[in-house]
Design a protein around this ligand. Structure first.
Ligand code: NCD
Ligand code: ZN
Length: 357
């Protein structure tokens, strides 16, 4: 990585996004280019409606993504399988053998957006986890209990104690990513674990705490799951992301929802940060005096965990103001327009991607 002496530009190996929601249809077409302008690969989450549960479904979804990647962008979607109570281990094995599945995602049933078909009893899928451990297919975990009796701000910490620790004990060789961590308990657990365990960290959990959802009124645009926590947790996440520890790497959890779905009596969880993800991470690393560690977090630790090659191409970020679009337009099949409000909508950020490298 090259950081110029006056800190005016950073050239780094092209990054990957290890946690991304692309959706399908008109939304997919509207958002994919915002990821492919920066990232070479992305782990694509399978929580469509219906979810991606078979090799065939993942293969055709991958093709639909590739069909709408803007010309000139080299972008490889890495597909994931959605675990259910009855997904067969053979399907995962087949998907891995055929180069379709890079990982499988565990959503505790009813824990987040489109998770109703998720796993109702984690102990009941041990045969699937055993296969994944033996074939080396990583398990990606939405680490929150769905138990309504547990306070929403405690659901990640409770998940670690109640389910993750026993799971890692049962499958000591299973490669596990605890996705989008939000608490100091998760940071401490991941960094001290002896298992092949890593965690992704989003830009928004590095930048906002739970006050953002209630600043001057109810702000559904800052509502995502796991929900942002107290300031103490945000500080722990910033320390983890900028620590240079290989167990923490980039995963945006960019999760687009049209405005009508966010702003309703039961608004959807998800923050759409693809238009400004790398720029937001750069701000955080700069504020923490850790720009020299951005490349490892964004471009090296993820591929090493997944056993994939590092990207060859470089990107350059320059210290130039960059204005985040206020709204992203989505054109539906009936030619109606809907809008997605991006994270940092209309704000000016300090770093911008230099397009001509
Ligand atoms: C995600 C989505 O919208 O699909 N929402 C979110 O708040 N992060 C699902 C998820 O990753 O939990
Ligand atoms: Zn997600």
């Amino acid at each position: 990585m090259v950081l110029d002496s006056s800190f005016e530009s950073i050239t780094l190996r092209q990054p990957d996004d290890w946690h991304l929601h692309l959706r399908d249809g008109a939304v997919l077409a509207a958002v994919v280019g915002m990821t492919s302008r920066v990232f070479r690969r992305a782990i694509v989450m399978p929580n469509l409606s219906p979810p991606i549960k078979s090799v065939d479904a993942a293969r055709t979804y991958r093709q639909r993504i590739l069909d709408v990647v803007p010309k000139g962008d080299a972008f490889s979607p890495l597909m994931t399988a959605y675990l259910t109570d009855d997904l067969s281990p053979d399907e995962l094995e087949l998907g891995q053998r055929e180069g379709v599945f890079t990982a499988a995602k565990l959503y505790p049933a009813n824990s987040t957006t489109n998770s109703t078909e998720g796993v109702t009893d984690i102990r009941a899928i041990d045969s699937v986890l055993e296969t994944m451990e033996s074939i080396g297919l990583p398990l990606l975990v939405h680490g929150e209990v769905a138990d309504p009796d547990v306070d929403i701000f405690d659901r990640e910490a409770v998940f670690i104690d109640r389910y993750l620790i026993p799971l890692l004990n049962r499958f000591p060789e299973l490669r596990v990513v605890l996705e989008h961590i939000t608490t100091e308990q998760a940071v401490q657990f991941v960094e001290s674990s002896l298992s092949p365990l890593a965690a992704t960290i989003t830009p928004h959990h590095l930048q906002i705490n739970r006050n953002a959802m209630f600043a001057g009124g109810l702000r559904s645009d800052f509502y995502c799951l796991p929900v942002a926590k107290r300031e103490r947790h945000r500080i722990a996440l910033r320390r983890a992301a900028t620590s240079g520890k290989p167990c923490f790497f980039l995963g945006t959890d960019s999760a687009p929802h049209v405005r009508g779905a966010k702003q309703s009596t039961c608004g959807c969880a998800g923050i759409f940060n693809a238009p400004c993800a790398i720029e937001s991470y750069a701000e955080v690393f700069e504020e923490e005096g850790a720009l020299q560690r951005l490349e490892a977090f964004a471009s090296e630790f993820g591929p090493s965990f997944y056993g994939l090659p590092l990207n060859e191409k470089k990107i350059t970020l320059k210290r130039n103001d960059c204005v985040v679009p206020s709204l992203i337009e989505v054109q539906n099949t009936d030619k109606c327009f809907e809008h997605i409000l991006p994270y940092h909508s209309g704000e000016t950020l300090r770093w911008s991607l230099c397009e001509d490298v």
